[in-house]
Design a protein around this ligand. Structure first.
Ligand code: NDP
Length: 402
């Protein structure tokens, strides 16, 4: 049916490549390209062995539009799935416009020198994509991504008006390492060392990093200490669902993780300001990334589950209603299926599903879109079929309120 180019061969890129290969009726030709081609080749060999599918590989520096354009013109995909880093979003979008190819990513653009999370840069591409007759789907992982689909599904089927939204993200897994991040360490640490932010009564409330926290009960897991963070999907959700009086994002962290992070912060290792070291300029956080375990190496002995969902309160037929929709995912199971841990899996599977819905024409429309703007039903249907079963609970107490 369609050719797809996947850019980025880390934890998420590997899962996307596996899952596309497992849906070979839609993704008839797959190329995996990244900065380090040996990583693409390793994944390609695994895919051949596990699923009997041959995929192509290539080397590309996605910071350079001209390199991307040459590769896209050679391979001629219909869609580029960008699962490199957020720094590459705009160069890849530019290359897609130049070569007339659709675009999908899983994280919003961030400039390298300031940790700033907002959609403004990418929303600015709206007219150019529309006029070119091309689609760009932004943030189609789990969070962002599936959490917005969950919210849109709640709005479509369960509420006349949604008032309170809490996105609750728990990783109760154990990888046996003293300290590691489950996705790209640089991006992860930039995100959680920023001031937190949530939406209340029409404005953003800014808080000290990790200063609001409490135990939240997660299905099949139990209570876990959860922290309010800013997460990018809040920005588009409060824009597209203006009845929301409050929208927050909670994520769990273990005490061991927080203690390591505090020490690293206190000694300056999480800074993104360049310093001189033995005559060379280095960024401390980039150096830290180089010594931490890469996310794609955590899978082998990872046990336990992730649980990510949306707890929503609002009005239906004049009555107050509560609704909770979530997915639990098991690290060991995902490793068996695609050699990846559950954080990479819960990101990569939604990216594949978004790509599938675009290529099948179900979600395809010109312009720049966030996931909650599209019909949630076919996406939820695919989550149930592709390894991310969705569960729901209606009118039960919301555990975020305990
Ligand atoms: P990794 O660090 O494991 O992988 C990133 C990959 O991108 C590496 O293969 C890296 O290449 C490649 N890359 C980096 N820079 C370039 C470049 N200039 N040109 C070409 N390739 C490049 O990260 P993850 O797989 O964990 O994360 C991938 C993306 O997914 C990130 O944007 C992350 O924010 C996002 N994400 C989204 C989530 C969601 O739910 N929406 C959750 C988790 C992650 P090299 O090997 O050479 O370094």
């Amino acid at each position: 049916m369609a050719k797809v180019l996947i850019i980025g061969a880390g934890g998420v890129g590997s899962v996307v490549a596996h899952k596309c290969a497992m849906n070979a009726d839609v993704f008839t030709e797959i190329m995996l390209a990244s900065r380090t081609v040996s990583k693409c080749e390793k994944i390609a060999a695994e895919i051949r062995e596990m699923h009997g599918v041959a995929i192509k590989t290539a080397q590309v520096d996605a910071d350079i539009v001209a390199e991307l354009v040459i590769l896209i013109k050679q391979f001629k995909p219909e869609l580029v799935i960008n699962v490199a880093l957020p720094y590459q979003d705009l160069t890849i979008m530019e290359a897609c416009l130049e070569t007339k190819v659709h675009y999908l990513d899983t994280a919003n653009y961030e400039p390298k020198d300031v940790a700033k999370f907002e959609y403004s840069w990418q929303w600015a591409y709206q007219e150019r994509f529309k006029q070119a007759g091309l689609m760009a789907l932004l943030g189609c992982g789990f969070d962002p991504g599936a959490t917005q689909v969950f919210t849109a599904y709640a709005a479509k089927h369960h509420f006349d008006e949604m008032h309170y939204l809490d996105i609750v993200d728990c990783n109760a897994g154990n990888h046996g390492k003293a300290f590691a991040t489950n996705f790209n360490p640089e991006i992860n640490i930039r995100e959680i060392t920023q001031p937190g932010r949530y939406w209340e009564n029409g404005e953003w409330i800014e808080i000290e990093p990790m200063s609001i926290h409490k135990p939240i009960e997660y299905p099949e897991i139990g209570p876990r200490e959860s922290y309010v963070l800013f997460h990018e999907e809040l920005e588009s959700l409060v824009k597209h669902f203006p009845t929301l009086k409050r929208a927050r994002f909670w994520m769990t962290f273990g005490q061991q993780y927080i203690t390591h992070l505090q020490v690293l912060e206190n000694v300056g290792m999480t800074s993104i300001k360049p310093i001189k070291f033995q005559g060379t300029e280095i960024v401390p956080l980039e150096f830290l990334k180089a010594v931490l375990p890469p996310p794609d190496t955590l899978g082998e002995n990872y046990t336990g589950q992730t649980s990510i969902g949306c707890q929503i309160k609002g009005i239906k037929d004049g009555q107050e209603k509560t609704y909770f929709i979530w997915n639990n995912c098991d690290h060991a199971e995902t490793y068996k299926e695609v050699r990846g841990q559950a954080v990479s899996y819960t990101t990569g599977v939604p990216a594949m599903i978004g790509a599938m819905l675009m290529l099948k024409g179900v979600w395809m429309q010109p312009g720049v879109w966030n996931c909650e703007q599209l019909d949630p039903d076919p996406f939820i249907e695919q989550m149930n079929q592709q390894g991310l079963p969705v569960q729901e609970q209606i009118n039960q107490p919301l555990t975020v309120e305990n």
